[in-house]
Design a protein around this ligand. Structure first.
Ligand code: ADP
Length: 163
């Protein structure tokens, strides 16, 4: 039987408890879950891609044995194909995510109709979490402890104190 490989792409700037919940669910669905960490310079990430790769690897260590973390800097469909993926996993939060995700999934389907985009919902309590807001709260010295792990909170704090 062919292995069911799923790719979960994202910027993970930084990785939140919402991302981790999607990873946990995705790892249950697929034989192998490939987390694709995009370089995404257009988003001007707080953390470099090397920092985000190390962060994601650390956060998912011990979660499940079937998780791989890989950097990518190409078209998502090309990356997914190169990984031998059957599906792309995306997390859906609110209505606000829907339009963008719907459009992206539609265009990706036209690029490669053999790879399905599958949407997962995080636990209800984790759905409002967004990396962007985590960074904003941290910049104003708010407590991000409910949204990220202690190690990620320390990473963000360290980053902000570096200026
Ligand atoms: P991208 O730049 O690809 O949007 P993100 O790191 O912001 O990268 O998000 C990666 C994926 O995780 C996206 O599909 C996003 O919708 C999903 N995601 C992020 N936060 C949550 C959350 N709290 N609950 C469910 N899905 C989420």
């Amino acid at each position: 039987m062919t292995k069911r490989i799923a790719v979960y792409p994202g910027t993970f700037d930084p990785m939140t408890l919402g991302h981790l919940d999607i990873v946990r669910r995705g790892a249950n669905l697929a034989d192998t879950l490939v987390i694709g960490v995009t370089t995404n310079p257009s988003k001007e990430p707080m953390f470099s891609v090397a920092e985000r790769l190390a962060m994601v690897r650390r956060e998912v260590a011990g979660l499940a044995a079937n998780i791989k973390v890989v950097e990518f800097d190409s078209l998502l469909m090309d990356f997914a194909e190169a990984q031998g993926a059957l599906m792309i996993l995306r997390g859906l939060r609110a209505v606000a995510d829907f339009e963008y995700e719907f459009q992206m999934a539609g265009m990706n389907q036209q690029l490669n109709d053999e790879i399905e985009t599958v949407f997962l919902m995080a636990d209800v309590s984790l759905q409002p979490i967004a990396s962007k807001l985590v960074k904003e709260i941290a910049r104003y010295r708010g407590d991000i402890g409910k949204f990220v792990t202690p190690a990620v909170a320390a990473d963000v704090k360290r980053h902000l104190s570096r200026g």
